[in-house]
Design a binder for this molecule. Structure first.
Ligand SMILES: C[S@@+](CC[C@H](N)C(=O)[O-])C[C@H]1O[C@@H](n2cnc3c(N)ncnc32)[C@H](O)[C@@H]1O
Length: 275
């Protein structure tokens, strides 16, 4: 990928998360719904069972979804994110952990924040698809792990061609129904956009999701096979688990109980460094 595209992806992430920070947890119901939180808590607890060091790193920590779980599991956490606004939300929630030294926050790119190796656990939840050159970043994380430590990567969509066609068809059908129900809102938006362009721009600033979520758009997806090859080349074990994500929308409450045990659309990868 050329330097210009890399810079555009990073800038789009800075802009997107600056705007989203104050409302991030309210609008991302695909992350903060109870079913997803329960699954994530169980999977992370399992990954953290063997911990050669109590130091943890949360890369792309956002407002602290993983950081708070790592603190609850007893880790001393370095939380890294390129958005200062997202980090500010996390800092406002965990003042006492910052004062006690259990939590340190770092604004910037991983390669610029100067961390020392020796982490027992590194996490990135819903982050890898935001990184321009995710293989290089994953390689840097492997270098930061203590022997026996693990890098836990979660909430990365699976290539749609590997998803169950029946589930996809039903999801599309429910999605269309959802759009029909939202029709009055879409009309109102159109009126606002053409009638009051300045007001509209203030209410709905232009966020470039195509660039910030780079590896989920236009047929791109995070390549688990390339990550596996990298992990094995670095002498690590690679564990790949698939699950059906609960999107937290009304249709997920219908479809997830029916399909959750036999359809998949999302992946977890755990890279473990040998002792
Ligand atoms: C979808 S959010 C996930 C946040 C959090 N992990 C969670 O579970 O809610 C993606 C986060 O990655 C951060 N991010 C994007 N690109 C990054 C990069 N190159 N380096 C560090 N953080 C990055 C964004 O600022 C944002 O906070």
């Amino acid at each position: 990928m050329d330097q210009q595209t890399q810079s555009k992806i990073i800038q789009a992430n800075v802009d997107t998360h600056q705007l989203e920070a104050p409302i991030y947890e309210a609008i991302h119901y695909e992350i903060f719904n109870p079913t997803e939180q329960k699954r994530l808590h169980a999977a992370l607890t399992e990954a953290a069972k063997s911990r050669p060091s109590l130091r943890a790193l949360d890369l792309g920590c956002g407002t602290g979804n993983m950081t708070e779980k790592l603190l609850a599991l007893g880790f001393i956490v370095d939380a890294v994110d390129l958005s200062k606004e997202m980090i500010e939300v996390l800092r406002s929630k965990r003042k006492s952990d910052i004062e006690s030294g259990r939590l340190k926050t770092h604004v910037g790119l991983l390669e610029h924040v100067g961390l020392e190796p020796g982490y027992g656990l590194i996490t990135s939840y819903s982050v890898i698809h935001h990184l321009p050159d995710y293989l290089t970043t994953i390689h840097q994380c492997i270098r930061l792990l203590a022997p026996g430590g693990a890098y836990y990567i979660d909430h990365e969509s699976l290539d749609p061609t590997r998803q169950n066609p029946l589930y996809r068809a039903l999801y599309t059908l429910f999605g269309t129904l959802h759009a029909v129900l939202r029709f009055p809102y879409l009309v109102w938006r159109k009126i606002l956009k053409t009638g009051f362009p300045t007001v509209y721009k203030k209410l709905r600033p232009n966020i470039n999701y195509d660039m910030s979520d780079y590896w989920v758009h236009e047929g791109r997806s995070v390549n688990a096979e390339a990550i596996r090859a990298l992990a094995l080349k670095d002498g690590c074990e690679f564990q790949h688990t698939l699950y059906l994500s609960h999107g937290g929308r009304w249709m997920d409450y219908v479809l997830h109980p029916l399909f959750g045990s036999w359809c998949v659309n999302t992946q977890v990868m755990v890279i473990r460094k040998p002792l």
